[in-house]
Design a protein around this ligand. Sequence first.
Ligand SMILES: [Zn+2]
Length: 153
Amino acid sequence: MRCPFCAYEDTQVKDSRTVEEGAAIRRRRICPHCHARFTTCERVQIREMTVIKKNNSRVPFDREKLAKSVYVATSKRQFSSEDVELLVNQIQQKLERLGQGEISSELIGRYVMQALLAIDKVAYIRYASVYNNFTKAQDFEDFIALLRQENPK
Ligand SMILES: [Zn+2]
């Protein structure tokens, strides 16, 4: 940690202790060059993700928005709100595990589709219809035909 007063690179830790019930570590430091004392605080940061939309604009990842799209797709199916929250958590964790600060909205959509396909085809088709901007009945028919080909049963 660089000294904020003289910019000397190699400051020393005098002592460190955990605070906020272990949620943070506070370190008292001293600069051997100018003898300034200062304190640093280290704390867990939940990963911030930015979503790159189709039009290339960037917005902060919004769990509520993701959850809403899954609720819409699964409404009147056999899902409880707990099921949906769990599903959304799984998708979010999968995104976080990528370890990338920026993710495309397209990838989020693909993850949701993968998750829904595994558990409920109707919810999957509903989500896909929004995601792919279906505008006519033929779009559904084509999509379902493709789905049958890929997942015969
Ligand atoms: Zn200094």
